[in-house]
Design a protein around this ligand. Structure first.
Ligand code: GDP
Length: 256
């Protein structure tokens, strides 16, 4: 019953299916609600509560890379204007796995912003990487499960390393290397589980091992391996609290 309910929530909250959309995911506490609030009202100082269902906000972007997000969202901003939906998702473990497939299958999906708390990544590395693994795997399957020669259009992922204002925050380069190492560990342990469950190596070679992320059989996982699946992953730091979100904003505008 639970997956059905989640699906209805996701469907009901997206009445404007014709608009391009960018989906915001990530573990609880990363700053997703704060970012939505900042982009919608230009103010992150409003207290947030844990979001239980996906919420969409409609935003207008002026496609001009020189504008800050505050300038770009104005009605009279120069340049071409584009509307898009920024879709928030529940961060709770039980909901997110069910929500992932329907999010990835969204019509008009242009990008996924995976937000994390760079200041507590050390403590939350395993949980954060597990979540990211699910996101990337869902996107990988979207491409690898296609039987025809028509590859689905590219969907790019931005890893938004939030809370750079805190002194414990890891810089984007370290966020990247830590996540790559952890995703590699997850990949290895999942494939062991698969082999232990009686799936032979031949089945694996025949594409039965659809839990393996990235280049099959490679020793180390790198985000670059996702390019084979028409997926580009970028890692960019920022701070919602300090209003340092322009690089993320530009990344989103470029994908619309
Ligand atoms: P969500 O669960 O991902 O929606 O996270 P929230 O938006 O509720 O944020 C969780 C907590 O982190 C809140 O107390 C926010 O005020 C705080 N927070 C969000 N962004 C930042 C940031 O850039 N820097 C700092 N220091 N705190 C932040």
């Amino acid at each position: 019953l639970v997956p059905i309910i989640v699906h209805i929530f996701v469907t009901q909250s997206t009445p404007y299916t014709s608009l391009p959309s960018v989906v915001l995911v990530g573990p609880p506490g990363a700053g997703k609600t704060a970012l939505l609030t900042l982009l919608e009202r230009g103010d992150a100082a409003i207290s947030t509560h844990t979001s239980q269902v996906p919420q969409s906000i409609e935003l207008t972007v002026s496609v001009d890379q020189h504008l800050s997000f505050r300038e770009a969202v104005k009605d009279d901003a120069p340049g071409e204007h584009k509307k898009f939906l920024l879709v928030d998702t529940p961060g709770h473990g039980k909901l997110r796995n069910f929500a992932m497939d329907s999010l990835v299958a969204r019509e008009g999906l242009k990008g996924i912003v995976f937000m994390l708390d760079a200041a507590t990544l050390d403590e939350n590395l395993a949980a954060t990487a597990n979540y990211l693994y699910e996101v990337l795997l869902a996107l990988q399957k979207r491409v690898s499960s296609v039987k025809t020669s028509k590859t689905p259009s590219a969907i790019n992922v931005l890893i938004a390393a939030n809370k750079s204002d805190l002194f414990t925050a890891l810089p984007a380069t370290l966020v990247k290397s830590n996540l790559e190492a952890e995703l590699g560990r997850i990949r290895k342990s999942r494939s062991k589980g698969l082999l232990a469950s009686g799936v032979g190596i031949d089945d694996v070679d025949n594409g039965e091992n659809d839990d393996w992320l990235g280049e099959y059989g490679s020793e180390k996982f790198t985000f670059g391996q996702m390019q084979e699946f028409n997926l580009e992953v970028d890692i960019v730091g920022g701070s919602v609290t300090e209003g340092k979100v322009d690089k993320w904003w530009h990344w989103v505008s470029e994908r619309l």
